[in-house]
Design a protein around this ligand. Structure first.
Ligand SMILES: NC(=O)c1ccc[n+]([C@@H]2O[C@H](COP(=O)([O-])OP(=O)(O)OC[C@H]3O[C@@H](n4cnc5c(N)ncnc54)[C@H](O)[C@@H]3O)[C@@H](O)[C@H]2O)c1
Length: 299
């Protein structure tokens, strides 16, 4: 356990928040969580159990611990209740700057003054959110990857005024839940590893949308190369294609470079409700996607 943190609150228990809450509980933190959709945590947990089982059981916890710890997460009916006595608050609500600023203002009003406020945003630097609070020096980015149980690296990045003590506390907490903190030394859109993953997403999406290759062959190549149980398109399905699109748009809005704009074909899928594993259809069809077939790599 981290020396200064014993209670963790998670705000938003969708795909990522549910995992962050569960992993914290695995390492004996008291965990409270809030989501306006009270069913979100259970729904996501059920879906993730199969994703994580398919991905094997890498460290830091076993699947059994994982499932037991999910039961220990206290789902609260209000944000105020979830934030009571919190030492660390991790926000994992939708990827939208204005709504995250509103959520941070509420968190600031309801959490104890000592609490550290962190965002799990995939693309928004905390320096753009911190001014919504009266404690910018206690705000930072703590960014987990999907699936949290298999991808144990976590970006940690400060904002304009984050103190060294808060930054180190964030890193210590990340270590204390069996993860590896990646220190981002100065503000970087995409943090550390997300910039690498972003380059892969951008390239492969355009390779597919421009008709150069089938997405299945990209995934086959990646799986053979890396030994991972899915390739970039399978991973995007699991992340959620709406989330992928939103993140790509953040990069595009930053650069205004047309080459950074996500392909129209991806938006068409989203408009049809094909958001990936969570809606049963994305690039693949769930719950039994082709990439999980034993003969997928032989085709
Ligand atoms: N999906 C990924 O692989 C991934 C990876 C790393 C980081 N992230 C980041 O994590 C955050 C959440 O992404 P996600 O994929 O879990 O999204 P998601 O859509 O699965 O979950 C978001 C949850 O937030 C809830 N919510 C909506 N408004 C809220 C509010 N005002 N307060 C609290 N909760 C609210 C929703 O009900 C939903 O359950 C985003 O910032 C995203 O960029 C996602």
């Amino acid at each position: 356990m981290s020396k200064s943190i014993s209670k963790v609150a998670v705000v938003g228990t969708g795909v990522l928040g549910a995992q962050i809450a569960t992993l914290s509980a695995c390492f004996d933190y008291q965990v409270a969580a809030y989501d306006p959709d009270e069913q979100a945590f259970r729904r996501v947990h059920q879906h993730l159990a199969s994703v994580i089982a398919a991905a094997g059981q890498p460290p830091p916890v076993s699947l059994e611990d994982w499932n037991e710890s999910a039961e220990a997460v206290r789902i609260c009916p209000s944000l105020a209740e979830a934030l009571q006595d919190a030492d660390l608050v991790i926000e994992a609500s939708p990827e939208n700057l204005e709504s995250k600023r509103r959520v941070f203002a509420e968190m600031d009003a309801l959490a104890p003054p000592r609490a550290i406020l962190a965002t799990n945003s995939s693309s928004i630097p905390i320096s753009r959110i911190e001014s919504a609070t009266g404690r910018p020096e206690r705000c930072l980015n703590i960014h987990f990857y999907f699936p949290v149980l298999g991808s144990t690296m976590v970006d940690v990045m400060g904002g304009a005024r984050t103190t060294a003590e808060v930054f180190e506390t964030g890193k210590d907490w990340v270590r204390s839940i069996g993860c590896v903190p990646l220190t981002v030394k100065k503000e970087s859109l995409g943090f550390c590893f997300n910039r690498v993953w972003r380059a892969i997403k951008k390239e492969t999406l355009h390779m597919w949308a421009d008709g150069f290759v089938d997405f299945q062959d990209v995934d086959r190549a990646w799986m053979l190369f890396s030994g991972m149980p899915y390739g970039p398109f399978g991973l995007m399905d699991n992340v959620g294609l709406d989330v992928v699109y939103g993140v790509e748009m953040v990069y595009y809005n930053e650069s205004r470079d047309p080459r950074d704009h996500p392909p129209r074909a991806l938006k068409d899928m989203i408009d049809r409700g094909e958001l990936g594993a969570k809606t049963g259809r994305g690039f693949y069809i769930y719950p039994d996607p082709d990439y999980a077939r034993p003969d997928f790599l032989k085709s």
